[in-house]
Design a protein around this ligand. Sequence first.
Ligand SMILES: C[C@@H](O)C(=O)SC[C@H](NC(=O)CC[C@H](N)C(=O)O)C(=O)NCC(=O)O
Ligand code: ZN
Length: 361
Amino acid sequence: MRMVRVLAMASSTIRPFSSMASSPFAATFSAFNSSRRFNSFDFTRDEMQSKTFDYNKSCKLIRREGNVISTITVSNMSQGSTISSKESALEWVKRDNRRMLHVVYHVGDIDRTIKFYRECLGMKLLRKRDNTEERYTNAFLGYGPEDSHFVIELTYNYGVDKYDIGSGFGHFGIAVDDLGRIVDLIKARGGTVTREPGPVKGGKTNIAFIDDPDGYKFELIERGPTPEPLCRVMLRVGDLGRSIAFYEKAFGMELVRKRDSPEYKYTIAMMGYGPESKNCLLELTYNYGVLEYDKGNAYAQIAIGTDDVYKSADAVKVFGGKITREPGPLPDIDTKITACLDPDGWKTVLVDNIDFLKELQ
Ligand SMILES: C[C@@H](O)C(=O)SC[C@H](NC(=O)CC[C@H](N)C(=O)O)C(=O)NCC(=O)O
Ligand SMILES: [Zn+2]
């Protein structure tokens, strides 16, 4: 009987291997979490294959013969995944075909919101779907087709006419060519302008803020023409360095720019998959000394496209994200997704790119 010595993290568990080396090996799981305690277990090869393990760490099999030590890396063999270390996770997220697809949030009266977004913000209603069985309605609105534009996905739950936006959600951003004209239009149509047009405090860009019918804030940003007018989702975070590292490593996002405003005691980081001129960016805001926020129940998540939800979920795990919905197909429509939380608890859903396009047909 071949004995395999396993040095595993006391706090970690290990995912089944599909094949084990055939001679005595010690498997070490170099965990990246703080509790670096090692236990050593002796498993038979069959035991190793039968164990239910789930590890997020790189895994090396060490072969010892006398003073000679050789190692092989055994990758995580869960379905569709080959992510077994930070290195392979980084390589994957940078190579993956990623795009921000839509932002999802709850509204109390979906037709009221659709009317406001169409008449005051110039959006198009792209599709609407009613799920009478589960008692909710979705509506997708934006400035172009979903296969090439970041859009809004509204969710109305039957009978729920009010949600708590909380203090963590900041605003959506819309690039406009004539700020004064759109603000006058919004006023004329009964919209609420909460911050009159003018240069942003501490900067030069002309902005204004409005509230939509549910109280979601929209920052109107005066800019030249862009293929992606829906250009920002601003969320507040308690540790900007932690968030930047997470979105760069677990999501493969780029830090497009960072701006500190000591006068107004905040710092923002713009993260995304490409230049600000052509992409919607995640705007992370850190207010000096504020470590956490109330996330309410109104804002839901951002959806991001990926070529492999299994590898993407493992990459999130490797970098400390919490998977809240294991990767796999949704019932009925078969679209493969996975869902996770960032260090502040903000949710992201990763959606299979091919399945997403099928949904649009
Ligand atoms: C970069 C652009 O998209 C901005 O949103 S900057 C606008 C600026 N942001 C903040 O002040 C963030 C800190 C604030 N305490 C918060 O948590 O929202 C802003 O809102 N400026 C107001 C103004 O009147 O300029
Ligand atoms: Zn903003």
